[in-house]
Design a binder for this molecule. Sequence first.
Ligand code: FAD
Length: 431
Amino acid sequence: MSQTIIIGGGINGLLLGALLSHEGETVTLFEKNRFVGGRAFLYEKDGFVLDYGVHMTRLGPKSPVAKIMRQLGINIEFRRLGNSYLIDYDGQKVLFPTSPAGVFKTRLFTLKEKLKVLGLLVKIKKGRFNKLMDMSLKDWMEINNITGGIRRYFELVSASLMVCPFIEKTSAGETFRNIQKILKTGHSAEYPAHGWRQIHKTLTNEIEKSGKIRLRSKVEKVLIKDGKAVGVMVEGKEYFADRIVINIPVQEIFGILDEKMFDSKYISLCKNIVPTSAVFIDLALKDKISDINGMLYTYDPKAYGMITSNVTEGIAPQGMQLLTMFYPISLEDMTDLEKRKMRRNELWKAIKDFFPDIESHIYWKRETSLQMIDGVQVNIDQTEDKRPKSSVPGIENLYLVGDSIAAPGVGGEIGNESVLITYREMTGSSF
Ligand SMILES: Cc1cc2nc3c(=O)[nH]c(=O)nc-3n(C[C@H](O)[C@H](O)[C@H](O)COP(=O)(O)OP(=O)(O)OC[C@H]3O[C@@H](n4cnc5c(N)ncnc54)[C@H](O)[C@@H]3O)c2cc1C
């Protein structure tokens, strides 16, 4: 039976560890924190269960995470979202379309625009986008004379689906590839019934059946002998295994890998991957403010969120609600204190655009800003084919898994897809 060491207990380390464990392999997972989950960790207070931001699963039951859970014998139930709304550039609240019927109903588009959007969606559903991977969404819109409501719609799709409000950077090809999956599967962003707690528990139990999760165990170094990864060093002690998997963002892997063993181009590629950044605000509300169970968008700023407790039970106490609003911003703004404050104030404006008297409903709040939301911003310089692969060049038995490597999709989906890719490479399985 093979022994595998996984470095990092983020959701993708857990998913891979559980898959291997389920196949009868022995997994030892080292996590530097005193809890697992990484950027998908859960925070519980006063009966509220908060994700870090809201963790939606794109494609719901057709997502890679659902596929992995099914392999483990668990069918996750997903909740579809209800109607979504947008506070448009002129302050008007309109339906934000998430289906062809929504395109007809919304006041976001004129009649002529509605017909054009439907035509575009048909083309996207059938299309191939290889030639558009290096073209920005902005250039594509200019070439195709996309204006008015349709342009605002694509700007918001860029901000939310692609977590990149910078249309001059977002890859048009990657955007359409992601929209195509939604159109083909009939599933958009959905939320696991009862939240993520049960999924985390299932994964840790599966690993611990025959292996170990070692918390507060920071890996200092990957041990490499004769071009093969053979183990890790943790607090001065060596641990050995047949295979080593690194589940930390690629930007950070040279904290535990010796740079001397790698090509400078590879080092620079990994270190310079640009992540997505955001400010976000969670509000635990002492009473009910709204029944909306879809997304809430604002055009200015390009922020979005939802009342998660309207989508599933089990994450807020009876009679109370949980609202999270999220605002993707640039890494440059994130690292500048004044700009970050400005962005946070803009996000408060977005919340108040929807709920002017929100202050009087707040039980407690959590305001957060993070340099890394998703490991990679899917922009024209960082499309799937341009990112580091699952296997590490020149070193045998060493693999990467996570949301900044070469795998299809966007955001968390990249990380979950990378689990499938790495698992297949490690085991030769066709699943
Ligand atoms: C606010 C927010 C909102 C998000 N919303 C969504 C969403 O709606 N949908 C979606 O799909 N995705 C979303 N994401 C992205 C998603 O959370 C990430 O893609 C995912 O959590 C990444 O998981 P990972 O396992 O690849 O990496 P990480 O979560 O970064 O895990 C890496 C782990 O390695 C540990 N570690 C690091 N160094 C060491 C070391 N030397 N030794 C031992 N352990 C180490 C870390 O502590 C961490 O636990 C969101 C992220 C955030 C932050």
